[in-house]
Design a binder for this molecule. Structure first.
Ligand SMILES: *Cc1c(COP(=O)(O)O)cnc(C)c1O
Length: 348
Protein backbone atom coordinates (compact mmCIF):
# COMPACT_ATOMS: atom_id res chain seq x y z
CA UNK A 1 0.00 0.00 0.00
CA UNK A 2 1.26 3.49 -0.77
CA UNK A 3 1.71 5.81 2.18
CA UNK A 4 -1.46 7.75 3.05
CA UNK A 5 -0.91 11.43 2.41
CA UNK A 6 -3.01 14.30 3.72
CA UNK A 7 -2.94 15.56 0.11
CA UNK A 8 -1.16 13.78 -2.73
CA UNK A 9 -0.38 16.44 -5.34
CA UNK A 10 2.39 14.50 -7.08
CA UNK A 11 0.43 13.89 -10.28
CA UNK A 12 -3.06 13.59 -11.74
CA UNK A 13 -2.12 10.05 -12.81
CA UNK A 14 -2.55 8.86 -9.20
CA UNK A 15 -6.35 8.76 -9.13
CA UNK A 16 -8.05 5.62 -7.88
CA UNK A 17 -10.95 4.37 -10.02
CA UNK A 18 -14.20 5.22 -8.23
CA UNK A 19 -16.68 2.57 -7.17
CA UNK A 20 -19.04 3.61 -9.99
CA UNK A 21 -16.20 3.40 -12.52
CA UNK A 22 -15.24 -0.08 -11.33
CA UNK A 23 -18.85 -1.14 -11.64
CA UNK A 24 -19.05 0.18 -15.23
CA UNK A 25 -15.85 -1.74 -16.01
CA UNK A 26 -17.21 -4.97 -14.54
CA UNK A 27 -20.38 -4.76 -16.63
CA UNK A 28 -18.81 -3.80 -19.98
CA UNK A 29 -19.61 -5.99 -22.98
CA UNK A 30 -16.28 -7.06 -24.51
CA UNK A 31 -14.81 -8.89 -27.52
CA UNK A 32 -11.43 -9.34 -29.18
CA UNK A 33 -10.38 -5.84 -30.16
CA UNK A 34 -7.48 -7.03 -32.34
CA UNK A 35 -10.29 -8.32 -34.58
CA UNK A 36 -12.19 -5.05 -34.04
CA UNK A 37 -14.89 -6.92 -32.13
CA UNK A 38 -14.97 -5.16 -28.78
CA UNK A 39 -18.19 -3.08 -28.72
CA UNK A 40 -17.10 -0.98 -25.74
CA UNK A 41 -13.80 -0.01 -27.38
CA UNK A 42 -15.63 0.76 -30.62
CA UNK A 43 -18.08 2.98 -28.73
CA UNK A 44 -15.26 4.82 -26.94
CA UNK A 45 -13.42 5.40 -30.22
CA UNK A 46 -16.60 6.65 -31.89
CA UNK A 47 -17.31 9.07 -29.06
CA UNK A 48 -13.82 10.52 -28.80
CA UNK A 49 -13.51 10.94 -32.59
CA UNK A 50 -16.80 12.83 -32.59
CA UNK A 51 -15.87 15.00 -29.61
CA UNK A 52 -12.63 16.03 -31.31
CA UNK A 53 -14.14 16.59 -34.76
CA UNK A 54 -12.31 13.73 -36.46
CA UNK A 55 -13.39 10.77 -38.57
CA UNK A 56 -11.98 7.89 -36.54
CA UNK A 57 -10.02 6.99 -33.40
CA UNK A 58 -7.82 4.30 -31.89
CA UNK A 59 -7.62 3.24 -28.24
CA UNK A 60 -4.06 2.86 -26.92
CA UNK A 61 -2.62 1.66 -23.61
CA UNK A 62 -0.69 4.90 -22.99
CA UNK A 63 -0.45 8.49 -24.09
CA UNK A 64 3.12 7.89 -25.14
CA UNK A 65 1.98 5.20 -27.58
CA UNK A 66 -0.75 7.48 -28.97
CA UNK A 67 1.85 10.22 -29.51
CA UNK A 68 4.35 7.80 -31.04
CA UNK A 69 1.71 6.52 -33.46
CA UNK A 70 0.75 10.08 -34.34
CA UNK A 71 4.37 10.96 -35.11
CA UNK A 72 4.93 7.72 -37.02
CA UNK A 73 1.99 8.52 -39.32
CA UNK A 74 3.40 11.86 -40.42
CA UNK A 75 7.18 11.52 -40.32
CA UNK A 76 9.39 9.21 -42.39
CA UNK A 77 12.65 7.85 -40.96
CA UNK A 78 15.29 10.57 -41.32
CA UNK A 79 12.78 13.41 -41.32
CA UNK A 80 12.18 15.58 -38.29
CA UNK A 81 9.54 16.57 -35.80
CA UNK A 82 9.77 19.96 -34.11
CA UNK A 83 8.28 20.89 -30.73
CA UNK A 84 9.05 23.21 -27.83
CA UNK A 85 11.97 22.15 -25.66
CA UNK A 86 9.72 21.24 -22.69
CA UNK A 87 7.36 19.06 -24.76
CA UNK A 88 6.45 15.63 -23.36
CA UNK A 89 7.18 14.01 -26.75
CA UNK A 90 10.78 15.27 -26.57
CA UNK A 91 11.47 15.06 -22.83
CA UNK A 92 9.39 12.28 -21.38
CA UNK A 93 8.99 9.55 -23.98
CA UNK A 94 12.58 8.36 -23.65
CA UNK A 95 13.60 9.04 -27.22
CA UNK A 96 10.95 6.68 -28.59
CA UNK A 97 10.51 8.60 -31.85
CA UNK A 98 14.22 8.16 -32.60
CA UNK A 99 14.47 4.58 -31.32
CA UNK A 100 11.26 3.19 -32.82
CA UNK A 101 10.76 5.31 -35.92
CA UNK A 102 14.12 6.85 -36.90
CA UNK A 103 12.69 10.34 -36.40
CA UNK A 104 15.03 13.21 -35.57
CA UNK A 105 13.95 16.35 -33.76
CA UNK A 106 14.71 19.98 -33.03
CA UNK A 107 13.11 22.29 -30.52
CA UNK A 108 12.43 25.92 -29.71
CA UNK A 109 12.42 27.58 -26.29
CA UNK A 110 9.01 28.64 -25.00
CA UNK A 111 8.25 30.60 -21.83
CA UNK A 112 6.04 28.32 -19.69
CA UNK A 113 5.53 26.21 -22.83
CA UNK A 114 3.31 28.85 -24.43
CA UNK A 115 3.06 28.65 -28.22
CA UNK A 116 4.33 31.72 -30.08
CA UNK A 117 3.70 31.11 -33.81
CA UNK A 118 6.98 32.68 -34.92
CA UNK A 119 8.98 30.00 -33.04
CA UNK A 120 7.86 26.85 -34.93
CA UNK A 121 7.40 28.78 -38.17
CA UNK A 122 10.93 30.15 -37.93
CA UNK A 123 12.40 26.74 -37.13
CA UNK A 124 10.46 24.73 -39.73
CA UNK A 125 12.62 23.78 -42.69
CA UNK A 126 11.27 22.37 -45.93
CA UNK A 127 12.43 22.06 -49.50
CA UNK A 128 16.19 22.06 -48.80
CA UNK A 129 16.58 18.97 -51.00
CA UNK A 130 19.39 16.57 -50.12
CA UNK A 131 21.19 19.11 -47.91
CA UNK A 132 19.11 19.45 -44.75
CA UNK A 133 16.69 17.44 -42.68
CA UNK A 134 13.13 18.24 -43.70
CA UNK A 135 10.48 19.13 -41.14
CA UNK A 136 7.47 16.84 -41.51
CA UNK A 137 5.59 17.56 -38.29
CA UNK A 138 4.97 20.19 -35.62
CA UNK A 139 3.78 18.93 -32.22
CA UNK A 140 1.85 21.23 -29.90
CA UNK A 141 1.06 20.30 -26.28
CA UNK A 142 -2.20 21.59 -24.75
CA UNK A 143 -2.35 22.05 -21.83
CA UNK A 144 1.38 22.18 -21.37
CA UNK A 145 2.56 19.87 -18.60
CA UNK A 146 6.10 21.01 -17.78
CA UNK A 147 5.06 24.57 -18.64
CA UNK A 148 2.70 24.42 -15.65
CA UNK A 149 -0.74 23.62 -17.13
CA UNK A 150 -0.46 26.38 -19.74
CA UNK A 151 -3.37 26.73 -22.17
CA UNK A 152 -2.39 27.30 -25.80
CA UNK A 153 -4.22 30.21 -27.46
CA UNK A 154 -6.45 28.98 -30.29
CA UNK A 155 -5.45 31.97 -32.43
CA UNK A 156 -1.76 31.00 -32.17
CA UNK A 157 -2.58 27.42 -33.13
CA UNK A 158 -4.57 28.64 -36.15
CA UNK A 159 -1.72 30.85 -37.29
CA UNK A 160 0.75 27.94 -37.15
CA UNK A 161 -1.76 25.67 -38.86
CA UNK A 162 -2.32 28.01 -41.80
CA UNK A 163 1.39 28.54 -42.50
CA UNK A 164 2.51 24.95 -41.91
CA UNK A 165 -0.26 23.52 -44.07
CA UNK A 166 0.91 25.76 -46.89
CA UNK A 167 4.42 24.32 -46.45
CA UNK A 168 3.14 20.72 -46.40
CA UNK A 169 4.02 20.19 -42.73
CA UNK A 170 1.55 18.20 -40.61
CA UNK A 171 0.45 19.01 -37.05
CA UNK A 172 -0.10 16.67 -34.10
CA UNK A 173 -1.65 17.74 -30.80
CA UNK A 174 -0.44 16.13 -27.59
CA UNK A 175 -3.76 16.71 -25.85
CA UNK A 176 -3.12 14.57 -22.77
CA UNK A 177 -4.86 17.36 -20.82
CA UNK A 178 -6.90 18.92 -23.62
CA UNK A 179 -9.94 18.27 -21.39
CA UNK A 180 -8.55 20.82 -18.92
CA UNK A 181 -8.06 23.45 -21.65
CA UNK A 182 -11.62 22.84 -22.85
CA UNK A 183 -13.16 23.16 -19.38
CA UNK A 184 -11.07 26.22 -18.45
CA UNK A 185 -11.84 28.16 -21.65
CA UNK A 186 -15.23 26.80 -22.71
CA UNK A 187 -13.77 26.29 -26.21
CA UNK A 188 -15.28 23.11 -27.72
CA UNK A 189 -12.86 20.17 -27.95
CA UNK A 190 -13.53 19.95 -31.69
CA UNK A 191 -12.46 23.57 -32.21
CA UNK A 192 -9.03 22.59 -30.96
CA UNK A 193 -9.13 19.15 -32.59
CA UNK A 194 -9.94 20.34 -36.09
CA UNK A 195 -6.73 22.39 -36.30
CA UNK A 196 -4.62 19.19 -36.20
CA UNK A 197 -4.10 16.16 -38.43
CA UNK A 198 -4.00 13.89 -35.38
CA UNK A 199 -4.70 14.38 -31.67
CA UNK A 200 -3.90 12.24 -28.64
CA UNK A 201 -5.91 12.52 -25.42
CA UNK A 202 -5.38 10.78 -22.06
CA UNK A 203 -8.13 9.14 -20.06
CA UNK A 204 -5.81 8.35 -17.16
CA UNK A 205 -4.88 11.87 -16.04
CA UNK A 206 -7.52 14.21 -14.65
CA UNK A 207 -10.33 12.07 -16.05
CA UNK A 208 -9.48 9.39 -13.52
CA UNK A 209 -9.48 6.21 -15.63
CA UNK A 210 -6.83 3.66 -14.59
CA UNK A 211 -5.39 3.19 -18.09
CA UNK A 212 -5.82 4.45 -21.61
CA UNK A 213 -5.42 7.10 -24.25
CA UNK A 214 -7.04 7.70 -27.61
CA UNK A 215 -5.55 8.87 -30.92
CA UNK A 216 -7.86 10.51 -33.47
CA UNK A 217 -7.44 11.30 -37.15
CA UNK A 218 -8.82 10.24 -40.54
CA UNK A 219 -10.11 6.69 -41.13
CA UNK A 220 -7.15 6.03 -43.42
CA UNK A 221 -4.67 7.23 -40.79
CA UNK A 222 -6.32 5.19 -38.05
CA UNK A 223 -6.15 2.06 -40.24
CA UNK A 224 -2.40 2.60 -40.57
CA UNK A 225 -2.05 3.43 -36.87
CA UNK A 226 -3.82 0.14 -36.05
CA UNK A 227 -1.08 -1.77 -37.89
CA UNK A 228 1.67 0.14 -36.09
CA UNK A 229 -0.07 -0.25 -32.74
CA UNK A 230 0.07 -4.04 -33.18
CA UNK A 231 3.69 -3.82 -34.30
CA UNK A 232 4.54 -1.77 -31.19
CA UNK A 233 2.91 -4.48 -29.05
CA UNK A 234 -0.23 -2.51 -28.24
CA UNK A 235 -2.92 -4.71 -29.83
CA UNK A 236 -5.19 -5.63 -26.92
CA UNK A 237 -7.94 -8.22 -26.66
CA UNK A 238 -10.99 -7.90 -24.31
CA UNK A 239 -9.94 -4.37 -23.50
CA UNK A 240 -13.48 -2.98 -23.35
CA UNK A 241 -13.05 -3.49 -19.63
CA UNK A 242 -10.65 -0.51 -19.74
CA UNK A 243 -12.52 1.43 -22.42
CA UNK A 244 -15.58 1.30 -20.13
CA UNK A 245 -13.61 3.29 -17.54
CA UNK A 246 -12.93 5.89 -20.24
CA UNK A 247 -16.60 6.09 -21.24
CA UNK A 248 -17.58 6.47 -17.59
CA UNK A 249 -14.99 9.25 -17.22
CA UNK A 250 -16.36 11.10 -20.26
CA UNK A 251 -19.83 11.01 -18.71
CA UNK A 252 -18.87 11.94 -15.16
CA UNK A 253 -15.38 13.41 -14.86
CA UNK A 254 -15.01 16.12 -17.50
CA UNK A 255 -17.07 19.01 -16.09
CA UNK A 256 -15.70 18.42 -12.59
CA UNK A 257 -12.20 19.38 -13.80
CA UNK A 258 -13.40 22.92 -13.01
CA UNK A 259 -13.19 21.96 -9.32
CA UNK A 260 -9.51 21.04 -9.73
CA UNK A 261 -8.85 24.36 -11.45
CA UNK A 262 -10.65 26.32 -8.72
CA UNK A 263 -8.70 24.53 -5.97
CA UNK A 264 -5.36 25.10 -7.71
CA UNK A 265 -6.25 28.80 -8.12
CA UNK A 266 -7.28 29.10 -4.47
CA UNK A 267 -3.97 27.57 -3.36
CA UNK A 268 -1.99 29.88 -5.68
CA UNK A 269 -3.79 32.96 -4.44
CA UNK A 270 -3.10 32.19 -0.79
CA UNK A 271 0.53 31.17 -1.32
CA UNK A 272 1.13 34.10 -3.70
CA UNK A 273 -0.09 36.49 -1.00
CA UNK A 274 2.85 35.54 1.24
CA UNK A 275 5.38 34.68 -1.49
CA UNK A 276 4.57 36.70 -4.63
CA UNK A 277 7.79 35.73 -6.42
CA UNK A 278 6.93 32.03 -6.04
CA UNK A 279 3.47 31.88 -7.55
CA UNK A 280 0.58 34.14 -8.48
CA UNK A 281 -2.97 33.41 -9.54
CA UNK A 282 -2.22 34.79 -13.02
CA UNK A 283 0.32 31.98 -13.52
CA UNK A 284 -2.18 29.21 -12.76
CA UNK A 285 -4.48 28.44 -15.68
CA UNK A 286 -5.67 24.89 -14.99
CA UNK A 287 -4.92 22.09 -12.49
CA UNK A 288 -1.11 22.45 -12.32
CA UNK A 289 0.76 24.85 -10.05
CA UNK A 290 4.46 25.40 -10.68
CA UNK A 291 6.28 27.08 -7.79
CA UNK A 292 9.28 29.17 -8.84
CA UNK A 293 11.86 29.04 -6.05
CA UNK A 294 14.56 31.05 -7.84
CA UNK A 295 14.13 34.06 -5.55
CA UNK A 296 13.93 32.02 -2.34
CA UNK A 297 16.53 30.14 -0.34
CA UNK A 298 14.67 26.84 -0.87
CA UNK A 299 16.03 24.08 -3.08
CA UNK A 300 13.16 22.13 -4.70
CA UNK A 301 14.08 18.83 -3.02
CA UNK A 302 14.21 20.50 0.41
CA UNK A 303 10.78 22.06 0.01
CA UNK A 304 9.35 18.75 -1.27
CA UNK A 305 10.80 17.00 1.80
CA UNK A 306 9.57 19.64 4.24
CA UNK A 307 6.03 19.49 2.80
CA UNK A 308 6.21 15.69 2.66
CA UNK A 309 7.05 15.52 6.35
CA UNK A 310 3.73 17.29 6.94
CA UNK A 311 1.74 14.95 4.71
CA UNK A 312 1.73 16.90 1.44
CA UNK A 313 3.34 15.11 -1.50
CA UNK A 314 4.69 17.25 -4.37
CA UNK A 315 7.27 16.94 -7.13
CA UNK A 316 10.66 18.63 -7.58
CA UNK A 317 10.57 19.84 -11.19
CA UNK A 318 13.95 21.03 -12.41
CA UNK A 319 16.54 23.10 -10.54
CA UNK A 320 14.14 25.83 -9.36
CA UNK A 321 10.62 24.45 -9.42
CA UNK A 322 8.15 22.40 -7.43
CA UNK A 323 5.04 21.09 -9.17
CA UNK A 324 1.65 20.45 -7.59
CA UNK A 325 -1.18 18.82 -9.55
CA UNK A 326 -4.86 18.81 -8.53
CA UNK A 327 -7.09 15.85 -9.41
CA UNK A 328 -10.13 13.76 -8.52
CA UNK A 329 -8.68 12.55 -5.23
CA UNK A 330 -7.76 15.95 -3.73
CA UNK A 331 -10.74 17.67 -2.10
CA UNK A 332 -11.27 21.03 -0.38
CA UNK A 333 -9.87 19.74 2.91
CA UNK A 334 -6.71 18.47 1.18
CA UNK A 335 -6.38 21.81 -0.60
CA UNK A 336 -6.72 23.72 2.68
CA UNK A 337 -4.12 21.50 4.32
CA UNK A 338 -1.66 21.95 1.43
CA UNK A 339 -2.27 25.71 1.47
CA UNK A 340 -1.58 25.95 5.19
CA UNK A 341 1.68 23.98 4.88
CA UNK A 342 3.03 25.95 1.92
CA UNK A 343 1.97 29.34 3.34
CA UNK A 344 3.84 28.42 6.51
CA UNK A 345 6.98 27.10 4.78
CA UNK A 346 7.25 29.90 2.23
CA UNK A 347 6.58 32.80 4.59
CA UNK A 348 9.56 31.88 6.78
C1 LIG B 1 1.06 11.98 -19.29
C2 LIG B 1 1.34 12.63 -20.57
C3 LIG B 1 1.44 11.88 -21.75
C4 LIG B 1 1.30 10.39 -21.82
O1 LIG B 1 1.90 9.70 -20.82
P1 LIG B 1 1.75 8.13 -20.59
O2 LIG B 1 2.32 8.01 -19.23
O3 LIG B 1 2.52 7.48 -21.63
O4 LIG B 1 0.30 7.79 -20.65
C5 LIG B 1 1.65 12.58 -22.92
N1 LIG B 1 1.75 13.92 -22.93
C6 LIG B 1 1.64 14.66 -21.82
C7 LIG B 1 1.72 16.15 -21.92
C8 LIG B 1 1.45 14.05 -20.59
O5 LIG B 1 1.34 14.80 -19.50
Amino acid sequence: MPRRWVADLLSDTLTQPTRAMRSAMAQAPVGDDVFGEDPTVTELQRRVAELLGHEDALFTPTGSMANQLGMRLHVEAGEEVIADSLAHVLRAELGAAAVLSGISSRSWAAERGRLEPSAPLGLMSTGAGPYQVGTALIVVENTHNFGGGTIQPLEAIREVRAASREAGVAMHLDGARLWNAHVATGIPLADYGREFDTVSVCLSKGLGAPVGSVLVGSAEQMARARIWRKRFGGGMRQVGILAAAGLHALDHHVDRLADDHARAARFAKAVGAVAPSVVGPQRVETNIVMLDLSETSWAPAELVDAAGARGIRTYAAGPQGVRLVWHLDVDDAGTDAATEVFVDLLSR
